[in-house]
Write a new protein. Sequence first.
Length: 269
Amino acid sequence: MTNIHNGRTTKDGIRIHEASDFAGMRVAGHLAATILDEIAEHVTVGQTTGELDRIIEEKVNAAGATSATIGYKGYQHASCISINHVVCHGIPGEKKLKDGDIVNIDVTVIVDGWFGDTSRMYVAGKLARKPERLIEVTHEALMKGIEAVKPGNTFGDIGHAIQTFVEGHRMSVVTDFCGHGIGRVFHAPPNVVHYGKPGTKPVLEPGMFFTIEPMVNLGRAETKTLADDWTAVTRDKSLSAQFEHSIGVTEDGCEIFTLSPAGKFHPTY
C-alpha cells in the first residue's frame, strides 16, 4: 500500500485516496457490517421493518457513530429495508414480515468522517427455491464484479462481469440504479454501473474507493419509483435481490471494507 499517495482527483472527478485513508474506511465498514450481522436474528416472521430500523439506529448510536441516511435528502431512517419486489430504498414502517419474504437491509454509518456502506439479503421463515436461486446469483454477481477490480482494469470490466453472469442465468440487471464513489462523502464520482462493455473507462487506480451493489431481478429489469419518491419496485412485480460492498483499489487488487465479521453476508451459507 506504500505506493498509494497524493490524494489527487482524476480527470473523471474520482478521488485517489492516500494509503492512510484505508484505515478509516476499514473501521467504518467494519461497524456497518457488524450491525448487519447483529440484525440477522431479528429478521423473523411477524417482525416489522420499523422495529428492525429502530434496532439498527440504536446500534449505530451505541457505537458512537452517525447514521448517514437520517436527514439525507429528507430521509428519516437509519436503514433502507426492501422486501420481495422492492428493488431498493424501501422505507421502514409497520409492515410485518411474512413467511418466505426475502429482505434487503442497507445501512450506511459515519465513523470519524468516513462512510461505511453495505447491504445484504435476509430471509424471514422458509426460503423457496426460486428466491434462493435469485439470492445466490446476485451474491455471485457481486463477487464476479469485485474479482474484476484491479489497477489497469476499467469500470466497464466490472459492469461486464456482473451483467454477463446474471444474464447467463436468465435474470436481469437493474440499470436504473448504480454504485458510487465513497470515502469522506456518501456519494461521489464515479457512478458504478452493473452492466457495460469490457475496457470502457474510467481506468481503475490504487486509492479509489467505491461501492459495488448489483440489483438483480427474476423478471425484467425495468423499475418504477412509488409516490413516496424513495421506494423503487420492479415494474413486473418480479422478485429482486441486492448485495453491496464498499471497496478500495489496492496495488494488486482490492480490499473489501465491509466483510461480515461473523461470516453472515450470505443468508444461506
